[in-house]
Structure formats: structure tokens, C-alpha cells
Design a protein around this ligand. Structure first.
Ligand code: MRU
Length: 395
């Protein structure tokens, strides 16, 4: 069974499109899908982090509006002019964009979908229906493209690791050589439309019989690593070990060049290569540099934001103190049986009254990044600088 965070059914002759998302707040203990039928529901779902991960957020927002407008089409209640439909779509997209600020994929999708609606309106034979349909087709395309982009990222990343790391070169010669990768946060099928970015690289390495072990960090405070990445690794039967974030340094010291690379995803890569990703990413990049381990960012071009010059210009979302001071999960018996049916417990883990700082992301300077793995290839620095211009010329 393939893991799917987003389940979308296009419109049929008898029903409008429909969208269901896997509630990631309940993972790894419960698999519950929730219907998303309006932009308000999508906004809340994204803000509450039932859906998370930069590409997944963008696709859920785009598809939620496809469902909303598709339902209006089915009820024959579209506004009377193409211009009004375009205006409606534009306002709804602006609203969806306010759900979370750091990941650029949502803003990128909003910009592209507005252009689609505008172009459809400018067609000589434009009608309210053609504008709505153009939007729906473009939103549905995003879901399909994300999966193929991730598979390409996986292949480019795996090949780069084979060719550019000590463990990669040795493993190609000698199958007894270990090749390990450490990743952070969640970048798999649950964070994307499928396959994943950094986790896609891990999947491709495994398929090529290169990877011997993946390490995933817990990813405090929200534990995307232990809840989601670990869940995907177990699901796919990839040999994997969970560590807390603070164990990474000891791991790098112990594994030496068996650990080929640290591969992470991204929420926004600035034009100079500075990368916003889940809090804790920057510390891993510093550790990688100290230990001579390659540090790679795996991200589709939709995550590269040429309009943001550097990491200083990236807005970092700050979240509620309770995400740091409490944890949530089902009770467990002394024998280890998880009591899922009794619901989730909330446990306080900090002194009451302590002040908390909870930035959800940090910015890793480009200087510490060896390569950005995209769907069209791995971008490396030339003379110490990233230049992403050429990859936007490729199709
Ligand atoms: O706050 P989240 O859970 O949405 O953050 C997710 C991450 O930071 C991921 O590492 C990032 O979005 C990369 S997605 C492939």
C-alpha cells in the first residue's frame, strides 16, 4: 500500500470533485482521513498542521479551491461573467495563502494559479465555466507533477551521493561497505503528493541497493521525524534508526565516512541558496561541516524563491509555546500496548510559567550547503555561489 496524505477524486458525471486529507496530528497511531470541501476547511487544516510539509500544503490549498469551485459548477451557481469567476478565485487564493507564511510553495502555487485564471479570462471565447475548468485542470496538474518531480529528485540525489561521497564510491565497488544517510523532519509521501523529496532520495538509494541505513531525527518540538518519517520508513521496510536531535553530533562522530550525507527538505530556498527548513536543520549543517559530511537540500523548483534575495528576508513562523511545553499521544500500558481507543493524553513537560521561544523553522546559510537537489539536477556552488537561474530555463 502506498502512503497518501492527499486523496483527490476529480469530478465525474454525477459528482463534483472531492478531497480528503490524512490527519497527520493523529499519526502514527491512527489513520484517519478528513474531508476538505471549502477553503475555510483547508485553511484550518493547514494552520492546525493536520497537513504539513511545503509541497503538501500548496497542493491541498490548490485542490480545496478546485473542490469549492467544482461544487459551484455542479450546482450551476457560477457568477455570471468570466471576470467575476477570476476575481472569486483570486480572492480565495489570497485567503488560502495566509494559512502559513514560511513555505514558499503555497505562494508559488497561488501566483501560478492566478495567472491560469487570468489567461483563461482573456481567451476570446471565455465563459464562467471555462475559467473555472482551467483552474481545476491546473490545480489537478500540480498533484500529478509533484509526484514525478519527487521521483526525479530522488534519482538525481541518489546518483550524486553515489558519485560524490566516500561511502557512495566505496559502496559502488564493494557491497559490504555501509552507506548511511541522516535526515531531519518529514519530507516523504506525507509532506508531498507522494514519494517525497529528501525521503525520496533515501527511497531511490534503497531501490538502487546503495543505502544500508537511514537515520531520522525526532525533530523537536513537533516530532515530525519520530511520528511521520519513522512511520514512513517502517512502512517501506527501509532499515532505519530514530535518534533525538541532540544525538546527531555523536552519530556523526561514531559513523565517520559510513554516513554519506545529511539530506533535508526545504520550505524556502532564497536566491543565494540560504535555506529555511524545519528548526534544527541549521545545527545539522554546522555539524556536517565540522565532520566533513556532505549536506544536501532536496527541493523542487517550486521551493526556490528567486524573489527572496537571502535568508534574512525569509519570514519565520513562530508557533504556540504549548508545542514546546506539552506532548500529546495515546497512553501506553507497562507492557507497551498502545491504548489508541482511549484518545490522546496531553502531558506537561516544562515548568509552569517559563517563557518559551518556538520558531518553527531556521535558516541554513548557503555556505554550509553542498548541493540543492531539484527535479532537473543537483545545483552546486560555482566560485562559492549558487546560481539557480539556469534551472528555471529547463523544462
Ligand atoms: O512545520 P511543518 O511540519 O510543515 O514543516 C515541514 C518541514 O519543515 C519539512 O522539512 C519541509 O516542509 C520540507 S517538505 C518536503
Amino acid at each position: 500500500m502506498v502512503l497518501q496524505a492527499i486523496q483527490y477524486e476529480p469530478a465525474s458525471a454525477s459528482s463534483p470533485p472531492s478531497l480528503r486529507i490524512l490527519d497527520q496530528l493523529l499519526l502514527p497511531h491512527r489513520t484517519t482521513y478528513e474531508q476538505v470541501s471549502t477553503c475555510e476547511e483547508a485553511h484550518a487544516t493547514i494552520k492546525q498542521m493536520k497537513v504539513r510539509g511545503a509541497p503538501a500544503i500548496a497542493i491541498v490549498a490548490a485542490l480545496a479551491l478546485a473542490v469549492e469551485i467544482g461544487t459551484v459548477v455542479a450546482a450551476r451557481k457560477l457568477p455570471s461573467s468570466a471576470e467575476e469567476v477570476k476575481e472569486y478565485l483570486s480572492q480565495r487564493l489570497d485567503y488560502l495563502k495566509t494559512s502559513r507564511p514560511t513555505a514558499v510553495n503555497l505562494g508559488d502555487a497561488v501566483g501560478k494559479l492566478k495567472i491560469v485564471a487570468k489567461k483563461a479570462t482573456l481567451q476570446p471565447d471565455a465563459t464562467p465555466d471555462t475559467v473555472a475548468q482551467a483552474y481545476i485542470v491546473a490545480a489537478e496538474r500540480m498533484l500529478v507533477d509533484d509526484v514525478s518531480d519527487n521521483k526525479a529528485i530522488g534519482e538525481h540525489g541518489a546518483r550524486w551521493i553515489e558519485e560524490n561521497t566516500v561511502a557512495g564510491r566505496k559502496r559502488k565497488q564493494e557491497k559490504s561497505q555501509e552507506l548511511q544517510v541522516l535526515t531531519h523532519c518529514n519530507t516523504g509521501s506525507l509532506a508531498t503528493a507522494g514519494y517525497g523529496t529528501a525521503l525520496g532520495v533515501i527511497r531511490s538509494l534503497r531501490t538502487a541497493d546503495m543505502l544500508t541505513r537511514a537515520y531520522c531525527s525526532e525533530t523537536r518540538p513537533y516530532n515530525q521525524g519520530s511520528r511521520l518519517t519513522a512511520y514512513e520508513l517502517v512502512h517501506d521496510q527501509i532499515p532505519a534508526t530514530l535518534i533525538t536531535d541532540s544525538m546527531a553530533c555523536a552519530l556523526l562522530a561514531k559513523q565517520g565516512d559510513r554516513l554519506a550525507a545529511i539530506v533535508v527538505g526545504a520550505d524556502r530556498v532564497a536566491a543565494n541558496g540560504d535555506t529555511a527548513n524545519k528548526i534544527g536543520t541549521y545545527s545539522l549543517a554546522v555539524l556536517a561541516r565540522h565532520h566533513g559530511v556532505k549536506f544536501l537540500v532536496a527541493a523542487p523548483r517550486t521551493t526556490i524563491d528567486l524573489a527572496t534575495a537571502s535568508g534574512q528576508d525569509i519570514v519565520i513562523e513562530e508557533r504556540a509555546p504549548e508545542e514546546v511545553t506539552r506532548i500529546k499521544g495515546p497512553k501506553v500500558t507497562p507492557e507497551g500496548k498502545i491504548l489508541v481507543d482511549e484518545g490522546a493524553e496531553v502531558i506537561s513537560t516544562a515548568a509552569i510559567g517559563i517563557e518559551v521561544w518556538n520558531p518553527a523553522f531556521d535558516v541554513t546559510p548557503a555556505e554550509l550547503i553542498d548541493g540543492v537537489i531539484t527535479e532537473v539536477g543537483v545545483v552546486e556552488k560555482v566560485d562559492g555561489k549558487f546560481d539557480f537561474g539556469p534551472i528555471f530555463q529547463q523544462s
